[in-house]
Design a protein around this ligand. Structure first.
Ligand code: UDP
Length: 327
């Protein structure tokens, strides 16, 4: 029996595939390579290039392989882009989920681990955020993830775990795969472009937030800790665990300025900054309570030091300044 990983050529997907294979799982990947990278595909996995909205590709995969469960990462994930082009998000994310669920139902595959997001909460009611807190997305990306979570819930006999990630960061320590977005918008990779000489400075998006240093606070979680949580969730479902939703974060917040200082320590270089305007839709603080994942899934994040997280990202970016440069 194999695990189908939708979006296994993307950032978190490729790290999860790596960990699955390390644990002896048989892995099938489907990815349309719209934001994923051919070089990130693990050679030990069987790869189908295709879009999950294309039912016939899914039908082929489910016919040619015995699929036990699905781990679903295949989605667009840029907040700004989703505001400009919401229908892209409703088509790829929501539409993709509908076709995937249809195929799973037809082939009697009854387990799914879904890559959700802290973006489902919107402006938090309290810090840290718990799974029972109000969900009120402030952008189409978060809305699409919330709709996807809700779709899963209504499918009879489907066992699911939805994982709401906070800020994924870092890379595998061996440096084989890492974070590479065709359009980079994330804080840590952008900061590291300064010491790499690819950018003159990092712009801090606002320093007038109600936080101690005025910059936004986020909960950064290492990509391998996220990958491990998917495997724990899969085993939880295999053992008859009940369908549920879990936050994944370190439970500790770092401001933009603190992340820049940590990156200066890791790279041993001064990083030039400029203060810019606030970015639309950015809440001042997002910090997870991950107590539920720790208690029920037995999840223990191994990377709880932000400098350690940044150092794994630095290793990847230093060795691959152009990302997956074959593309
Ligand atoms: N940020 C910033 N400058 C940048 C990119 C991001 O100040 O060039 C801030 C952003 O406003 C947010 C934090 O860094 O407060 C993390 O942003 P990122 O896009 O990495 O993740 P998000 O929290 O949006 O998922």
């Amino acid at each position: 029996m194999a695990i189908l990983v939708c979006g296994g050529a993307g950032y978190i997907g490729s790290h999860t595939v790596y960990q699955l294979i390390k644990r002896g799982e048989k892995v099938i990947i489907i990815d349309n390579l719209q934001t994923g990278h051919r070089r990130a595909i693990n050679p030990a996995a069987k790869f189908y290039e295709g879009d999950i909205r294309n039912f016939s590709v899914l039908e082929k995969i489910f016919t040619e392989n015995e699929i036990e469960a699905v781990i679903h990462f295949a989605a667009n994930s840029l907040v700004g882009e989703s505001v400009e082009n919401p229908l892209k998000y409703f088509s790829n994310n929501v539409g993709g989920m509908q076709v995937l669920l249809e195929a799973m139902k037809n082939f009697c595959v009854d387990k799914i681990v879904f890559s959700s997001s802290a973006a489902v909460y919107g402006e938090p009611e309290k810090i840290p955020i718990s799974e029972t807190d109000k969900t009120s997305p402030t952008n189409p990306y978060g809305e699409s993830k919330l709709i996807m979570e809700q779709m899963i819930k209504w499918i009879p006999n489907l066992h699911y775990v939805s994982l709401r990630y906070f800020n994924a960061a870092g890379a595998i320590e061996s440096g084989e795969i890492g974070e590479a977005h065709k359009i980079e918008t994330h804080l840590i990779p952008l900061i590291l472009q300064v010491p790499l000489g690819k950018r003159d400075h990092i712009t801090i998006f606002g320093e007038d937030y109600p936080t101690p240093d005025g910059t936004c606070i986020r909960d950064y979680i290492h990509v391998l800790d996220l990958a491990d949580a998917h495997i724990l969730a899969l085993n939880y479902l295999r053992n008859g665990g009940k369908s549920d939703i879990f936050n994944l974060g370190n439970g500790k917040g770092f401001s933009v300025k603190e992340i820049i200082s940590a990156a200066e320590k890791v790279t041993a270089q001064k990083i030039k900054t400029e203060i810019g305007m606030r970015r639309a839709g950015d809440p001042a603080q997002l910090i997870a309570s991950s107590d539920k994942a720790k208690k029920i899934l037995n999840w223990t994040p191994k990377f709880n030091d932000v400098e350690k997280i940044i150092s794994t990202a630095w290793k990847w970016h230093k060795n691959n300044p152009e990302g997956y440069s074959d593309e």
